[in-house]
Design a protein around this ligand. Structure first.
Ligand code: FAD
Length: 387
């Protein structure tokens, strides 16, 4: 596996173990039929509890069954899962960083005890409802709202592009609380079997096909007061979750890119044309040289990000740079790898075109590439360009 600057040497025992466990899981349970799932537009649902058993959901949290592993270990886990498929890493990211994290950070004791252990084991599935049909890059303009009704709230609105909503037991729904001054955004835990909740599946996707995506319709949905996340109010709530998930994506994208590189390297040595392996041609070597270099740079950024996160010094802008760079790297390198595989490269028998298609989603969700560009633009000039 590509590790040109020997980052492996600095890993601790627990980090190696988690990485090796995830790599073996992907080799044994994902790689054999992920191409078929991608073609059929299905997610291997039988893996959800298995991933829980192996501790793949939010192992970097502390307590309630989570072992509090290092941020590097968590990153390596995301990297190995996404080397399998972005759909798999999305499952772990949503469950861990977008649902368990806000319950852990902002939930009541009762909410934590009810949801965290069960979600950690993969017995309960969560989803994160922020994006709306008319509000994607600017979620603060959201229209979904909650109104006080006796000892609870009534929710109305529509969310879309929600990973796992059709199979989720609970949704963290972000909505404006109209009964409080200035309509602050609050987080609501909405069980999907409540009256008035609908979770239609989006079927037309050409990217992230091995992942289930849907809508959340909220039509006079009543939730008790105990379902509100008590510890946060305002856009800080959803944005802090996105920082956690984007951290995982910055690592995960490296895994997808590395898988493309390894596939292309193997192919270049095996495939003969003009009387010998295509890997002997300078044009193919140049592609591998560039791919290997770009992936190594992305690995270095991910490892440094982990150090900053571990020290409590990682800022959202650091994550923007890493998410933006590493996803772009994976998107570009997947295309070059696909090219090196010739006609075979356009099939699901090989991973690069699947990763390439997936990267269109990863480039777009969790803050589009453009939005992260503008966040960095603001960081470097002090001038905001996205309003
Ligand atoms: P828009 O915001 O309409 O953007 C369209 C284009 O305009 C983009 O290129 C964008 O970069 C550009 N643009 C927008 N504003 C600016 C600006 N100020 N300056 C310059 N360019 C700009 N959301 C959730 O809440 N939960 C999920 O689980 C989830 N899962 C997803 C899964 C998939 C498969 C996909 C595709 C999306 C998912 N999303 C989810 C939604 C995702 O986060 C949004 O698609 C994303 O935020 C972009 O919003 P949009 O699609 O409405 O695009």
């Amino acid at each position: 596996m590509l590790d040109f600057v020997r980052l492996e040497e600095d890993l601790g025992q627990e980090e190696r173990m988690i990485r090796d466990t995830a790599r073996k899981f992907v080799d044994d349970h994902v790689k054999p039929d992920i191409g078929e799932h991608f073609e059929n537009g299905t997610f291997p649902r039988e893996l959800i509890p298995k991933m829980g058993e192996l501790g793949f959901y939010a192992p970097n949290l502390e307590g309630y069954g989570s072992p509090n592993v290092s941020e590097t270990a968590y990153g390596l886990l995301m990297q190995e899962l996404e080397a399998g498929d972005s759909g798999l890493r999305s499952m772990a990211s949503v469950q861990g960083a977008l649902v368990m994290y806000p319950i852990h950070a902002y939930g009541s004791e009762e909410q934590k005890a009810e949801w965290l252990p069960a979600m950690g084991r993969g017995e309960m599935i969560g989803c994160f409802g922020l994006t709306e049909p008319e509000h994607g890059s600017n979620p603060s303009a959201m229209e979904s709202y909650a109104e006080r009704d006796g000892d609870g709230y009534v929710l109305n609105g529509a969310k879309t592009w929600i990973t796992n909503s059709p199979i989720a037991d609970v949704a963290v729904v972000w909505a404006r609380d109209r009964s409080a001054e200035d309509d602050p955004v609050r987080g609501f835990l909405v069980e999907t079997d409540r009256d008035g909740v609908s979770t239609n599946k989006i079927t037309e996707k050409l990217s992230l096909r091995a992942s289930i995506t849907g809508e959340i319709g909220l039509n006079d949905v009543r939730v008790p007061e105990e379902n509100v996340l008590p510890g946060v109010s305002g856009m800080k709530g959803p944005l802090s979750c996105l920082t956690q998930a984007r951290y995982g994506i910055a690592w995960g994208a490296v895994g997808a890119a590395r898988d493309c590189f390894e596939e292309a390297r193997r192919y270049a040595k095996d495939r003969d044309q003009f009387g010998g392996p295509i890997g002997r041609f300078q044009l193919q070597q140049r592609k591998l040289a560039e791919m290997g270099t770009q992936i190594t740079l992305a690995q270095l950024l991910a490892h440094r990000l982990a150090e900053l996160k571990e020290r409590g010094e990682m800022r959202p802008q650091h994550v923007s740079m890493a998410k933006r760079n590493n996803v772009r790297t994976a998107r570009d390198q997947a295309r070059i790898a696909r090219e090196m595989l010739g006609g075979n490269g356009i099939t699901t028998d090989y991973s690069p075109m699947r990763h390439m298609a997936n990267m269109e989603t990863v480039y777009t969700y969790e803050g589009t590439h453009d939005i992260h560009t503008l966040i960095l633009g603001e960081e470097f000039t002090g001038l905001q360009a996205y309003q």
